[in-house]
Design a protein around this ligand. Structure first.
Ligand SMILES: CC(=O)SCCNC(=O)CCNC(=O)[C@H](O)C(C)(C)COP(=O)(O)OP(=O)(O)OC[C@H]1O[C@@H](n2cnc3c(N)ncnc32)[C@H](O)[C@@H]1OP(=O)(O)O
Ligand SMILES: CC(=O)C(=O)O
Length: 553
């Protein structure tokens, strides 16, 4: 079991695999669930809720897999509801399925709000209390440890505090070790959380309960993180939430924000310090597995969370990062980024040069030339913040450091779009001819493609791969087109962003023209040039390292 520092421990309970999977657009396979569980286990999350065994075959298999090959640190938790009204807990098939999952811990949820009891469950207030107590007692009698999720706690308490508190009494007196107050509809604001958690603490003290308290906020009012913090400040010791805030409707509390706020700002202990530095990677891993694009602007873990764009900011951050950063990005495994755009100043150029391994000094007049060229091109429609490879090529060419790998002497693309009903078996409808000069000699190449850009790209590679075999491993991973002046109709200027890869690294280049083919051509050519530059830079670095090592040998 995970051990936390004794100073102000907060138990993090992850429900990405259950409540997170209730988000529209997420559909996890068994393998996805297992991969996420193991990653959260490595991160040191103490409680991982795996799902609702019995609700679907996948969740049954998930618990079965983890029974065979258990997690190493975390306690795996099975989730379910109370028994059905007017039945016996021992005869409830759903509770039998939960027990078969074989976990030490079980979380079950019950109704706190009288409206839900009478209108949702269609039963009496008394029977609902009995359902809670019987479920806890039965699961306890089977040797399990119990957490009780008080569904709709805050709404229920606001409407009928006396009845709501009596449902908690039922759970605690029947042996629940934790009571978790759920803001199920996500409508509460932090001041309400403060006041209500304080009332619950007072009630528990009066009853001399030793049960521990947790919070499970949803984000419908965009205050889930603030609500979790408010509850913790009133004495809650557990936060139930999800990675990246995934969850039904607007999501659950985002653990990637709650954890660093609690730990780095308020001095609570949620994760081991060295594990906190894996939070960014975990956030991105989970977004990859659930197949949702990461939110670049997410606080703490987003790609842009520490990205500086304005020249004034970059200049100050270069002197002292505290000027525009609320904490050190490395603490949660993120990193500072400097973005180049028409909002840049010389400081952005210098910072970028450093990151490219280019030795550049503010006194060098080329520095201002690069900045002016950047602003002029951005004014024409280029966008370098999303195309850093093109910016490195621009910088090197202004500094006279560009290597001439090849020169395009001309190209021609022919598209055959004549057929009124396209033949689905036809893989090619475009033909590109290109003349390229390499090492002082001209070469003519022809290639087909299923579109003009594909044909041009194929012809170019065919001409170059003889000289630069590494080009054989480059491929296009993304192609984006944006119309820059929408009112100009089909004669509008277009910006094309091309992302290329060598299987390990990715880089993006940009082209702008009123002719979409010309814009694509610029971006594709720069993609190949940058790929060659990158491969050669890496080889030089590797060989200089081996020379250094040899000199130590
Ligand atoms: C706040 C939360 O996030 S709670 C978790 C919500 N998550 C899910 O619902 C996902 C998993 N759910 C499921 O797979 C299914 O809904 C199941 C297997 C649980 C139940 O399926 P079904 O038997 O077909 O019932 P259905 O989904 O239509 O309705 C839910 C039933 O649970 C009952 N129920 C709701 N809350 C509770 C509770 N706390 N205790 C006992 N029963 C409850 C409802 O009254 C309803 O009963 P009814 O069938 O007698 O009308
Ligand atoms: C239990 C739960 O997920 C909720 O009330 O939101």
């Amino acid at each position: 079991m995970t051990t936390l520092s004794p100073s102000k421990p907060i138990w993090i309970y992850d429900t990405t695999l259950r409540d997170g999977a209730q988000r529209e657009g997420i559909s996890l396979s068994l393998d996805d669930k297992l991969r996420i569980a193991r990653r959260l286990d490595r991160l040191g999350i103490p409680f991982i809720e795996g799902g609702w065994p019995g609700a679907n075959p996948k969740d049954v298999q998930f618990f079965w897999h983890l029974k065979e090959q258990p997690l190493t640190q975390a306690a795996l938790v099975a989730f379910c509801s109370t028994r059905r009204p007017n039945t016996k807990a021992a005869e409830d098939p759903m509770l039998q399925a939960i027990l078969s999952a074989g976990t030490e811990w079980i979380t079950f949820f019950g109704k706190s709000w009288d409206l839900h009891v009478t209108e949702g469950l269609h039963t009496t207030l008394e029977e609902n209390r009995a359902m809670i107590a019987d479920t806890a007692e039965y699961l306890r009698s089977q040797g399990r440890r119990i957490m009780y999720d008080a569904e709709h706690w805050f709404d229920g308490y606001k409407k009928n505090p006396h009845y709501a508190l009596s449902t908690l009494d039922a759970a605690v007196q029947a042996g629940a070790e934790w009571v978790i107050l759920c803001d199920t509809n996500g409508g509460s604001l932090p001041y309400e959380i403060n006041a209500i958690v304080r009332d619950v603490q007072a009630h528990f003290q009066q009853q001399q309960y030793t049960v521990k308290l947790g919070i499970h906020p949803h984000n419908d009012s965009d205050t889930a993180v603030a609500n979790a913090i408010a509850a913790v400040q009133e004495g809650a010791q557990m936060v139930q939430g999800t990675i990246n805030g995934y969850g039904e409707r607007c999501g659950n509390v985002n653990l990637c924000s709650a954890i660093p706020n609690l730990q780095l700002k308020l001095g609570y202990s949620c994760l081991a310090e060295e594990q906190l530095a894996n939070l960014t990677e975990t956030s991105r891993f989970v977004s990859e597995v659930v197949n949702l694009a990461p939110n670049h602007h997410a606080p703490f873990v987003g790609r842009s969370a520490f990205a500086h764009k304005g020249g004034i900011h970059v200049s100050a951050v270069a002197r002292n990062p505290l000027t525009y950063e609320h904490l050190q990005p490395e603490k949660i495994g993120n990193q500072r980024r400097i973005v180049v755009s028409d909002q840049a100043g010389l400081s952005n150029i210098l910072a970028k040069a450093r990151s490219f391994g280019i030795d550049l000094d503010k006194q060098n007049p080329a520095c201002r030339q690069i900045l002016d060229r950047l602003k002029e091109l951005e004014n024409q429609g280029y966008q370098f913040e999303g195309a850093e490879a093109s910016f490195e090529l621009l910088m090197r060419s202004t500094l006279g450091q560009a290597q001439s790998w090849f020169e395009i002497k001309g190209f021609n693309v022919h598209c055959d779009m004549g057929a009124s009903t396209p033949d689905p078996t036809m893989t090619s409808n475009a033909l590109a001819t290109i003349k390229v000069r390499v090492n002082g000699r001209d070469f003519l190449e022809v290639a087909e493609g299923n579109g003009p850009v594909a044909a041009l790209d194929a012809a170019l590679r065919k001409a170059l791969v003889k000289f630069y075999p590494e080009i054989g491993s480059f491929y296009l991973t993304d192609y984006k087109v944006r119309i820059l002046d929408g009112t100009a109709g089909t004669s509008a200027k277009t910006r094309v962003l091309v992302e290329s890869s060598d299987g390990l690294n990715r880089w993006t280049t940009v082209g702008v023209s009123t002719n979409i083919l010309d814009a694509s051509y610029q971006a594709v050519v720069e993609g190949l040039e940058y790929g060659l530059l990158f491969v050669h830079k890496t080889q030089e670095k590797d060989s200089s390292q081996s020379v250094n090592l040899a000199s130590f040998g």
